[in-house]
Design a protein around this ligand. Structure first.
Ligand code: HAM
Length: 421
């Protein structure tokens, strides 16, 4: 679609107030819970070398083949906007050496994939992601799933389901590919062109096909676990056992392989029916990644925040975005009082009081309406009389009472009201 110059690019959005308050609220709740599970925040660059994503995500995945925002920079380097966060975190962990060898890291931020935009699918979208580095115990996989459910519930989401599978040991890869090729060979004529290309290039990707005709055909395939060794199956059993211990219900989905190639062992998605075709709220799994002679192992997940907000908005009683709290609204009636009002507003803000000051010569009635709309708890008014007397009229919006005070007493009264010393 041609841009008129004022709209964001297709698949990208401005996030305006008051909607941004929902985002801030979600971040705040998310951070508190992530920290309770021992995760610390990491911020990595949005641009990375394309080679990092190719090596981590796999160069025959849709993300790398079709969806990268890829450029050559002025120095001739091949760089890309990040399509996800795990690759960058793995790079940062390798760069950080032993300090980050067992780190638990989380991130919030924009990701970029040049997909065809539709409901729940954007070209710039936001993820909350978390990665537990270095811990080989299946309990870490289970903790990640528990953590995600905890965050979703704290955000007010209900009705989501966890689907679980395994990608097996990295050594299982060739046997799984061979087994799936043999099982798919007689069905190839019934599959779409994309599936036939995937069959040759990266056979597991056939299982990701969203085409309803292909999905029906693929339902007859044996589970991928049928071609894996004992180690992969017993790892999965242990994960299932620990999930049971924590009373976490999951559905085993033998066709879930996830669209990124770094996974080894557990993979999962959390889905919600309110999302329609793009039904994944979150994706995660255990991975192993090699960069040069260094390797990183970890387990983690990412949650799509636009999709989370879509589900929340579709619920029968969507929570309203919390309003910005104005504690004190300073009305302006007399231009002569305005300079002192400015000083008062600044003094209150410096002490931590949320304050709005009227800058236009509107009628007092309009100003009081604005104060009400903003949810102000107190209004400071200065008419001719107050100006003459060197006082300020302080009005309590909830109780309706008012009193005339000089500047020091006014400050004390307001700071006391907000328990600020
Ligand atoms: P992913 O499944 O590609 O996994 O993305 C995670 C979530 O991001 C999805 O479940 C979805 O909610 C959201 N998402 C993905 N693409 C879009 C899009 N185009 N528009 C809106 N939302 C989208 C990862 O990114 C992995 N890094 C997760 C992970 C972390 N695995 C291990 N550690």
């Amino acid at each position: 679609m041609a841009s008129n110059g004022y709209q964001p690019l297709a698949g990208m959005s401005d996030i305006l107030p008051p909607e941004i308050r929902r985002w801030q609220q979600i971040e705040q709740v998310g951070r508190r819970i992530l920290e309770a599970y021992g995760f610390d925040e990491i911020r990595t660059p949005i641009l990375e070398s394309t080679g990092l994503f190719e090596r981590a995500i796999g160069d025959s995945t849709d993300v790398i083949e079709k969806e990268m925002y890829r450029f050559t920079d002025r120095g001739g380097r091949d760089i890309s906007l990040r399509p996800e966060g795990t690759a960058s975190v793995m790079r940062a962990v390798i760069a950080g050496g032993s300090d980050l060898a067992d780190a638990r890291l989380y991130y919030f931020g924009p990701m970029f994939r040049a997909e065809r935009p539709q409901a729940g699918r954007k070209r710039q979208f936001h993820q909350l992601g978390a990665e537990a580095i270095g811990e080989p115990n299946p309990a870490a996989d289970v903790e990640c799933i528990a953590l995600q459910r905890h965050i979703l519930s704290a955000w007010g989401l209900e009705g989501f389901r966890v689907e679980l599978n395994t990608r097996g040991e990295p050594d299982d890869g060739p046997a799984v590919a061979e087994g799936m090729r043999n099982a798919l060979r007689p069905l190839l004529g019934e599959l779409c062109d994309d599936c036939r290309t995937r069959y040759d290039k990266n056979v597991l990707r056939v299982l990701d096909c969203k085409n309803p005709g292909c999905k029906d055909v693929l339902a007859s395939l044996p589970p991928v676990t049928a071609f894996m060794g004992e180690a992969a199956r017993s790892y999965l059993d242990e994960v299932c056992d620990l999930l049971k211990l924590l009373d976490i219900e999951v559905t085993l989905n033998p066709r879930l392989v996830r669209g990124l190639d770094y996974y080894a062992h557990t993979v999962w998605e959390i889905v919600h029916d309110a999302l329609g075709a793009q039904d994944a709220l979150c994706g995660g799994g255990r991975y192993r990644f090699e960069l040069g002679r260094r390797s990183v192992e970890g387990v983690g997940f990412a949650m799509g925040l636009e999709r989370v907000l879509m589900v929340l908005a579709s619920s029968s009683t969507p929570a309203a975005a919390p309003p910005r709290r104005v504690q004190v609204y300073i009305a302006t009636q007399d231009p002569a009082a305005f300079r002192e009002n400015l000083i008062l507003a600044q003094a209150l803000r410096v002490r931590g009081v949320n304050c709005s000051i009227e800058m236009r010569p509107r009628t007092l009635k309009k100003q009081m309406r604005a104060a009400n709309l903003a949810g102000a708890e107190w209004v400071v008014i200065r008419g001719e009389q107050e100006l003459e007397e060197g006082t300020f009229l302080l009005k309590n919006m909830a109780e309706g009472g008012q009193e005339a005070l000089e500047m020091p007493a006014l400050m004390e009264r307001l700071l006391n009201a907000f328990s600020i010393r």
